[in-house]
Design a protein around this ligand. Structure first.
Ligand SMILES: N[C@@H](CCC[C@H](NC(=O)CCC(=O)O)C(=O)O)C(=O)O
Length: 377
């Protein structure tokens, strides 16, 4: 795929092309190659590639550095036939608005397109003899939508941390055009329910491990998630079964079922406190310690919107800040001491949905706001 010619045009057309390059987590290479060659062509940026993560930096010697970061991967394509949030993307005209449907339209290929368009703007500005108040680092990374251990951003933070030094970071995750502060944390538990295998024609000889999940599923279904206010933003939590596997054949009583549980926790909690809370709920369902294990965990991030850099950003882009309910790499940057916020095109409520879409106007508005913040005018 070649996106070089699109960088100087409409950010909506650029987003369409980027969505057209399917990049479900683990399959980012073609898109990473396209991003790398587009950035190479711009000139004036120092480039670094690590796997399918690409980092581009201006090196003008300005005293401060801004980071614009976004992931290249998406969740899997929708499995429901007829879903519009898929690949290839498609345009629809709705109430006079141009609407782009496709996997990643909100999370977050629109944000990636805005990042690339800003790189083109900045390269042109420098080539014309302009200067920057703050140097800029662009990060395009792989494996965000999967377990934390696979993250391309995490890998580079461990191997070449100096490439990600900065005074302030913006994650171009979908935020509907306002700043979303911090993020909820996320952790996953696997709970194993044992049973005894038997012929399903003689079920009394066994113990059904799928039926054995009923008590746990009832506790999760009855669970009332909390909303917790942190620094003035209301974070909605959630505790849900997200996957279940069990059974080996249509004529065998299952001897084991594994229920995967995902807890989304507010930034008032550490990961340890979050894990302890899940354990309490599991104990209520009669699950013992040896039936459960933590399989993935990522810390939450407090909003930190009173930081001068965050405050200046909010003043520049406008709008009333909201909380980020999903997990984003604001948490990774905050943990490294880099204040960070989410700000990007598209409605986060549509992220991961079967009809993921974004309006052309939202893409253009986000680009305009960030262009003004970075280059003025
Ligand atoms: N390692 C984590 C990564 C999960 C990342 C994902 N993030 C988003 O969807 C951000 C978009 C938004 O909420 O606006 C998530 O929260 O699932 C994991 O695997 O859980």
């Amino acid at each position: 795929m070649d996106i070089r010619a699109l960088l100087s045009g409409d950010v909506a057309a650029l987003t369409e092309a980027i969505i057209g390059c399917e990049s479900v987590s683990g399959n980012e290479k073609a898109l990473a190659d396209a991003v790398e060659s587009a950035l190479q062509d711009l000139g004036g940026l120092s480039l670094h590639r690590d796997g399918d993560t690409i980092i581009a930096r201006t090196e003008t010697g300005a005293g401060q550095r801004i980071i614009l970061a976004g992931h290249l991967d998406t969740v899997p394509l929708p499995s429901t036939p007829g879903s519009r949030g898929t690949v290839p993307p498609s345009w629809e005209q709705i109430d006079g608005e141009q609407v782009l449907y496709g996997r990643g339209a909100t999370d977050m290929k629109g944000g990636v397109a805005v990042q690339l368009k800003l790189a083109d703007d900045v390269a042109a500005h420098l080539a014309a003899g302009g200067s920057l108040d703050r140097d800029i680092t662009w990060v395009f990374y792989d494996h965000e939508e999967v377990e934390a251990s696979k993250s391309g951003l995490g890998r580079v933070m461990r191997s070449v941390p100096e490439l990600l030094d900065g005074d302030f970071a913006v994650l171009l995750e979908p935020t509907h055009g306002v700043v979303e502060g911090g993020c909820n944390g996320t952790c996953r538990f696997e709970v194993t329910i044992p049973g005894v295998a038997a012929h399903s024609g003689r079920a009394w000889m066994g113990e059904n491990a799928i039926h054995g999940t009923a008590g746990l599923l009832q506790v999760l279904s009855d669970y009332t998630p909390q909303t917790i206010t942190v620094e003035g933003l209301d974070y909605r939590e959630g505790l849900n079964a997200v996957r279940i596997r069990g059974g080996v054949a249509g004529n065998v009583i299952p001897d084991s079922t594994v229920v995967e549980i995902n807890y989304r926790f507010a930034p008032d909690k550490t990961e340890e406190q979050a894990h302890a809370h899940v354990r309490e709920v599991l104990a209520e369902a009669g699950i013992s310690a040896d039936q459960q294990k933590v399989t993935d965990s990522s810390a939450a991030a407090r909003p930190g919107l009173d930081h001068p850099a965050a405050q200046a950003f909010i003043d520049a882009v406008g709008g009333e800040p909201m909380p980020k309910y999903g997990w984003t790499d604001v948490a990774r940057f905050s943990a490294q001491g880099v204040p960070a916020v989410n700000f990007g095109p598209g409605d986060p409520l549509l992220a991961h949905s079967d009809d993921e879409h974004v309006t052309a106007q939202a893409l253009r508005d986000c680009h305009t706001a960030l262009h003004r913040w970075l280059l003025g005018g």
